[in-house]
Write a protein that binds this ligand. Structure first.
Ligand code: SF4
Length: 415
């Protein structure tokens, strides 16, 4: 039996059997519960890879005192992908006053304590114990924003890249569908030819390299080294601005020396076209939590009537991590794709007529575009100090879209 697309992604051997799978190609591990909705990365990446012909299973919120939960579906053929969840695991556990939180919106019943602190490091170690020699790729917001030397608020310390601390093979930054697919293909190719895996030439990821590998890179952006930042914290500001430049230029690698090794961030994965965005959001998500959960998951309640219209934000605000994760280029879905998701939301038995939002990181940037060449742009914001004359928004189209959503017979209001 082939994967019908109507089921959830497998979380146990019984699920795999229903799909006729004797093994997985890719195991995805997440610090969040499994919610089969495009706002949650494990579901998004899993369904995307399944659509490309790979067999993907999920391990969500595993125990971390032993590797048993990682072993339930057996050793995957190609690799394990690890994420701490939709939030950095330290932020999920502690408030801005460093007080322990008593709840976790991404867990059944909203209960705290279902993931470890620094989940990526802990999960990577457990996967290494469970499956020695298996390539391990880390990703998600925790990995993405900790890819270079960074200030860790909770330990009040400068930490080196999480790629080094986790000892994973590579780190995917930004939105990961195409980067992960390319890594999976690269690992498969190496596996078939019985060769070691090389991540050179792939976009949207970081790997560790030696001095001689750096010489092959064409005009890389060079960040202050980890040691320079530790010696002079002002270098962290310089590094952050250069890292944003790397995302915006999107045409070269970015390098940071750590001891006698080098962290290489390859150019970001190109912003998705409208057709690519539509294909991803048209995947057959059930928009439900896995039926094995007995209690509601607050994050699902919050998001289930929200429709994501685009990615990226031109704001470039200094307090926001988005510029380092999704970047300032806007990738939008078509009106057709958004309205077809609305249809699915409205069909749900518990839909009460309220759409919480149709938006993205910044609601009214749907279909906005840079009218110049963004790779040559030296500004750090399309909005500040004045809206850039090259920034082409589509406010009329957006208002027209909201009116169409409101005109749906089952929709009472769009909040
Ligand atoms: S040229 Fe203007 S619109 Fe284009 S990326 Fe730069 S600031 Fe944004």
């Amino acid at each position: 039996m082939s994967y019908s697309g109507n089921n959830m992604l497998p979380i146990c051997v019984a699920d795999m059997k229903k799909l006729g799978w004797s093994e997985l190609d890719v195991l995805l591990v997440s610090g969040d519960a499994y919610i089969d909705h495009p706002s949650f990365a494990a579901a998004l990446l899993g369904r995307f890879l399944v659509s490309k012909g790979y067999r993907v299973g999920l391990v969500c919120q595993p125990r971390w005192d032993r590797p048993d939960d990682f072993l339930v579906m057996g050793r995957p053929r190609l690799l394990a992908g690890i994420s701490g969840g939709a939030l950095d695991s330290m932020l999920a556990h502690y408030t801005a006053f460093r007080k322990k939180r008593h709840d976790d919106a991404f867990t059944p019943g909203g209960k705290a304590g279902a993931r470890p602190n620094r989940a990526i490091i802990v999960y990577t170690n457990l996967v290494r114990q469970a499956f020695p020699g298996l390539p391990v790729i880390i990703g998600g917001i925790e990995a993405s924003l900790r890819r270079y030397t960074h200030y860790d608020f909770w330990s009040d310390n400068l930490r080196r890249s999480i790629l080094l601390d986790s000892k994973a093979d590579a780190l995917i930054y930004g939105m990961g569908e195409y980067s992960l697919w390319n890594v999976v293909k690269r690992v498969e190719e190496a596996w078939e030819r019985n060769r070691p895996v090389s991540f050179e030439g792939l976009n949207g990821l970081c790997y560790m390299a030696k001095a001689e590998d750096i010489e092959r890179l064409e005009n890389p952006i060079v960040l202050p080294s980890h040691e320079e930042i530790v010696a002079d914290s002002e270098q962290l500001v310089k590094a952050s601005l250069l890292a944003e430049r790397h995302i915006q230029a999107a045409n070269c690698a970015c390098v940071q020396q750590v001891g006698n090794r080098y962290l290489v961030a390859t150019p970001p994965t190109p912003s998705l076209s409208q057709a690519e965005m539509d294909k991803i959001y048209d995947l057959p998500f059930t928009r439900k939590a896995h039926p094995s959960y007995k209690e509601p998951i607050p994050a699902l309640e919050m998001i289930k009537t929200s429709i994501n219209s685009h990615r990226g934000c031109g704001g470039g605000c200094s307090f926001c991590s988005l510029a380092l994760h999704q970047g300032r280029r806007i990738a939008s879905r078509s009106e057709r794709s958004i309205l077809s998701e609305l249809e699915k939301v409205a069909r749900a038995e518990d839909f009460k007529g309220s759409i919480s939002d149709v938006g993205g990181p910044t609601a009214n940037m749907w279909q906005a575009k840079c009218g110049a060449d963004p790779a040559k742009c030296k500004r750090s914001s399309c909005m500040f100090p004045k809206v850039c004359p090259n920034f082409k928004d589509q406010q009329d189209k957006y208002v027209a879209l909201l009116r169409k959503v409101l005109a749906h017979p089952k929709v009472k209001h769009v909040r």
